[in-house]
Design a protein around this ligand. Structure first.
Ligand code: ZN
Length: 500
């Protein structure tokens, strides 16, 4: 107890410093949201300066000696506290973040940010003209900087572990590889078995008037728990969700007359938004006040998009409404046909358009290639050929050009290596958590058919969302499901849904 009392001023001071950092991040997120949603194009350069200044201020504060001194003073308290308490978690997470920031010199951090901006601009042009050669020097530069970044940390069993750790605390390359090997071995034959089972889905190509799409998304989001008090939706070419601060959840979506992607993408972004929305308010303005990792975040976006949004119960509730919204296109299409079409398995070239069954293979090939690129087994000049060969092996498709191949994603231009695996780990985790929810909440499908989504949302809030970053990702999964991250339930789900 004496230790606790002695440490209280240090803990108060740490909280105050961390709250200031959180406030600066709040501003940084608003600038980012604005530049993607509403800023006039010509404002980009001035915005880059403003963002760079703010980012530098955050970095200086986050790596400052004061945080280190406070953490040192708080070490005895941390040993005394119940490890799962919010106070212990706050100190643990603050120490982890501080140590990782401190490891990277400021000039390297600045170089990484700067070269990302340049590489993304180059990627934009290269993608539009399907010109890999134009992007090649930028990818080489990004890899060189990433190797320097890896060199800032103590050696790991696999250097890729260091990159994974940025997004998925505690996850290792060996575990990802083992999970992905299991997935690949069963997904490839599953997809092979489904091939040729094509149903007519021409009605999914619309036209779906944009105003009516907005109305459809609004009805679904409101049934899920969206309210105008604390949420908003805007349009962007590349949808994302953002949560700058308490009571402020921002989703974006993209409407296209020729498909209904906006509806599924709205449900996906809702999943990201509702996770942040559900974090306990007392964790706001601390490093604990957000989702615990990229994979757990993606598990929730996938839950609302796929496990809810493509379920039979959901469509029993919503299909008649959707028919009334688009009478000309689907007025005559029976529900079973529509649901089958929205769940069709069709190997394609583009990751973001992939169905549930083929999605994992898009991620697995990226994971394999970025590991080979980083350790030098694969030269940048050979990436398109290696990409295309793997698309042929895994998906049975020929890649006609690099725009629809290696240039399709922005991630490597940004310098996001070690991030792709978290998308697929998210799919895996989504089914593990879902099974547990079904045991606790009862017949979810029947609830959805009645338009009841609150029981699921409240269960997820109680077991997953409210904890923020208190538990590292896999510990959270263990607490919710009683087991670590495991591909089996996800594979059983896919085989049950799409197998013969
Ligand atoms: Zn997502």
């Amino acid at each position: 107890l004496t230790v606790v009392e002695a440490a209280t001023p240090a803990l108060d001071r740490l909280r105050a410093v961390l709250a200031e950092i959180a406030d600066l991040r709040h501003a940084e997120q608003i600038l980012d949201w604005d530049s993607r949603v509403s800023m006039p194009h010509a404002g980009a350069e001035a915005r880059a300066d403003a963002t760079a200044t703010l980012t530098r201020m955050i970095h200086e504060r986050a790596v400052g000696d004061e945080v280190g001194e406070l953490l040192e003073q708080l070490a005895p308290l941390e040993r005394e506290l119940e490890p799962a308490s919010a106070e212990a978690a706050l100190i643990r997470v603050a120490r982890r973040d501080w140590e990782r920031y401190r490891s990277v010199p400021g000039d390297l951090a600045a170089e990484l940010a700067h070269s990302s901006a340049i590489a993304v601009a180059a990627w934009d042009v290269a993608k539009a003209t399907s010109d890999f050669a134009g992007f090649r020097p930028h990818l080489e530069r990004q890899l060189e900087l990433k190797r320097r970044y890896i060199g800032c940390f103590p050696p790991a069993e696999d250097e890729y572990d260091i990159l994974l750790e940025d997004w998925e605390e505690g996850m290792t390359t060996a575990r990802v590889a083992a999970i992905f090997d299991e997935l690949r071995a069963r997904l490839v034959p599953l997809i092979e078995g489904v091939r040729g089972r094509d149903a007519d889905d021409s009605f999914l190509r619309g036209p779906f008037p944009l105003a009516a799409q907005k109305e459809a998304s609004r009805r679904v989001l409101e049934a899920f728990g969206y309210s105008g008090e604390e949420w908003r939706v805007d349009e962007t070419p590349h949808p994302f969700a953002s949560n700058p601060g308490l009571g402020d959840v921002r989703l974006t979506t993209h409407y296209d007359e020729t498909n209904l992607h906006s509806l599924f993408s709205s449900m996906h972004e809702f999943g990201h938004g509702v996770y942040e929305w559900g974090v306990a308010p007392e964790l706001a303005r601390t490093p604990l006040g957000s989702g615990t990792s990229s994979a757990i975040h993606e598990s929730q976006s996938r839950t609302w998009e796929n496990l809810v949004g493509r379920s039979d119960g959901f469509w029993r509730w919503f299909y008649a409404d959707l028919q009334a919204i688009f009478p000309d296109v689907i007025g005559e299409v029976e529900r079973e046909r529509f649901v089958a079409a929205t769940n069709a398995v069709r190997p394609g070239l583009i990751r973001i358009d992939a169905d549930e069954a083929t999605y994992g293979l898009h991620i697995i090939l990226r994971f394999e290639l970025e590991r080979e690129l980083l350790d030098g087994r694969l030269a940048v000049v050979d990436v398109p050929e290696a990409w295309n060969a793997r698309v042929r092996d895994y998906l049975g498709l020929d890649v006609p050009d690099d725009a629809r191949g290696v240039l399709q994603d922005m991630h490597w231009a940004i310098g996001l290596f070690g991030y792709f695996p978290t998308y697929q780990l998210g799919n895996v985790v989504s089914v593990q958590i879902w099974r547990r929810a079904q045991e606790d909440v009862g017949d979810l499908d029947e609830q959805f058919a009645r338009g009841e989504f609150a029981p699921l949302r409240e269960w997820l809030t109680e077991h997953v969302y409210r904890h923020g970053r208190i538990y590292p990702p896999e510990e959270l999964v263990r607490r919710v499901t009683g087991e670590g991250i495991d591909a089996e339930p996800y594979l059983a789900y896919l085989e049950g849904k799409f197998g013969s």
